[in-house]
Ligand binder design. Structure first.
Ligand code: ATP
Ligand code: MG
Length: 370
């Protein structure tokens, strides 16, 4: 029996904003929510029926979720815990994709093995390896920790003339050294596959990063139809190759009309937040449909949208943005108590018939602030 009936309990590992938005969608569909998170009153905990306060790898904590189906909102779950969960709970997503996506080296090897392009890279364990990587890949290049990096953390860009040492990364390694791709733009595709094997992709988003953190997603992406089709096909290839169940976000670089896969995340993703207001089905509802084995929802883009992240104290600007941009601005706030610098506090989806005009309006708002 793979269909999970409304009224059943969905357990979520991790209490952040992704879990919160999953939970809100699941509640609309009639499910109960149980969340495991070490921090009490987390963004997801605030909207859940039941909060288990325990470490992510706490096996008893996972049992205490008393859930009918288990999912997760972040990928850094240890292999041992993931295997334990898969053997003791109904965990349709399984642990295979988790293990691939939590290690950048394994991830790149897997993507290549499915016939898809990644940036040329080398495994690096010492400064000697790094010097070899510089010779092989050229400069600039970027060195990344293989585990635990997010929002550009755990990365070191090396330019011509820079001192070359892995010590700066404050991690024991191994690392991945990657050729720097002078991309025309970055895009992403959210693909979902249900327990029954039905697949669907959301429209391609164009992503603008600032200080290594996603700043805006523009949908539809300002790339040709051919590039959009390539991006969508690559995401579907990945979904089928890993026998995806649930949601997979695929981040890509676009250069001269070709795509290069940057990284994947086995969950709903920041660059898919626009779907909450711009598509008939949100990425969160789609995720719940996939793991509970509903038919997947319609993913057509109803209107062009600019998603803007609210980082750190920018959350204070949400009201002002709502005033300036009017009813087209849909504000989502995650319920985090402290607005630390670089912390994702919320986002605004601005629905628009004129993307360029909206981007200009957002620019003016930002300049007025600084
Ligand atoms: P996130 O969690 O926000 O997705 P992350 O910390 O996992 O990010 P990456 O996605 O690997 O890190 O890199 C963050 C950003 O840095 C990319 O979106 C891109 O803008 C830039 N970047 C990373 N690697 C490269 C590269 N090889 N060439 C050019 N730009 C790169
Ligand atoms: Mg990334």
């Amino acid at each position: 029996m793979t269909f999970i009936k409304p009224g059943s309990t969905i357990g979520i590992l991790g209490g952040g904003q992704l879990g919160r938005m999953m939970a809100l969608s699941a509640r609309n569909m009639g499910y109960r929510i149980s969340v495991l998170e070490p921090q009490k009153d987390s963004p997801c905990g605030q909207v859940a029926d039941h909060e288990v306060v325990a470490a992510y790898d706490d096996k008893q904590g996972a049992e205490d979720l008393s859930c009918d189906v288990l999912t997760y909102e972040f990928e850094n779950i240890s292999a041992e815990t993931a295997d334990h969960l898969a053997s003791s709970l109904h965990f349709p997503q399984g642990s295979k994709l988790l293990l691939i996506s939590q290690d950048r080296l394994r991830e790149k090897e897997a993507i290549e093995s499915y016939g898809l392009p990644v940036a040329p890279y080398k495994k690096v364990e010492s400064d000697t390896d790094l010097a070899d990587a510089v010779s092989a890949l050229g400069l600039p290049l970027v060195v990344k920790t293989t585990r635990g990096g997010y929002d550009g953390k755990g990365q070191l860009v090396i330019n011509k003339g820079d001192e070359v040492s892995v010590r700066e990364l404050e991690d024991n390694g191994p690392f991945v050294a990657e050729q720097w791709i002078p991309f025309d733009c970055e895009v992403s595709v959210i693909v979902t596959r249900s327990v029954s094997g039905e697949t669907a992709t959301f429209p391609v988003a164009e992503n603008i990063h600032r200080n290594g953190i996603l700043h805006q997603s523009i949908v539809p992406a300002r790339v040709s139809d051919e590039v959009q089709e390539r991006a969508r096909k690559a995401a579907l290839t990945l979904a089928e190759s890993v026998s995806l169940v649930g949601t997979l976000a695929v981040e890509m670089f676009v250069r001269d009309g070709e795509i290069v896969i940057n990284e994947i995340a086995p969950r709903p993703h920041n660059s898919g937040h626009y779907t909450m207001n711009a598509c008939a089905t949100s990425q969160f509802e789609q995720h719940i449909r996939a793991i509970c084995d509903w038919p997947l929802g319609e993913t057509t883009l109803l209107t062009p949208t600019v998603m803007v992240n609210l980082i750190g104290d920018e959350v204070e600007r949400a009201v002002e943005m709502r005033k300036e941009l009017g009813s087209a601005a849909h504000v989502h706030i995650y319920g985090k108590k402290e607005a630390r610098p670089g912390r994702k506090m919320g986002h605004v989806n601005v629905l628009t018939s004129d993307v360029e005009a909206t981007l200009e309006q957002l620019n003016v708002l930002e300049e007025a602030k600084s």
